[in-house]
Design a protein around this ligand. Structure first.
Ligand SMILES: [Zn+2]
Length: 143
């Protein structure tokens, strides 16, 4: 089976509530995600056009994760509500995660979302790798 992978990058702020160290402070990352798709090749020899992944998954990321904060629902720090109000007012609503916004949980969320966004193309999203820094990534894989 042949796969193809599209990289998508974005900028966002997060914090990890109850983290033992510096990650409990608000801070930003230049994230990148590698979206890997698998399918039988089409008549042009492609799994899927790279532009389809860019438009659908990249578009979703630009609308929801880029230039905003990705925070955990129920974040106990009162400042989270202030950040949410400010970003909503500035047109970039906070993206609320049901779990702490680690690279692992972002990869899982994006794996679920990318599968939905690409479902009608016939591809299977088999892996999502989210890079939080140039040295650290987390992988979600289809079961
Ligand atoms: Zn971080």
């Amino acid at each position: 089976m042949i796969s193809c992978t599209r990289r998508i990058e974005w900028d966002a702020m997060h914090r990890i509530p109850r983290h033992e160290s510096v990650c409990k402070a608000y801070h930003g990352h230049r994230y990148s995600a590698d979206i890997t798709c698998t399918a039988p090749l089409d008549e042009l020899g492609r799994v899927v056009d790279f532009g389809v992944i860019r438009d659908r998954v990249g578009g979703w990321i630009q609308a929801r994760w880029d230039h905003t904060a990705i925070l955990m629902e129920g974040d106990p720090d009162p400042s989270a509500a202030v950040v949410a109000e400010a970003n909503a007012r500035n047109g970039k609503p906070v993206y609320w995660m049901p779990a702490p916004p680690t690279a692992e949980n972002l990869a899982a969320e994006l794996g679920r979302v990318a599968g939905e966004l690409l479902a009608d193309t016939g591809v299977t999203v088999t892996r999502v790798r989210v890079w939080e820094t140039p040295n650290c990534y987390a992988d979600w894989s289809a079961a």
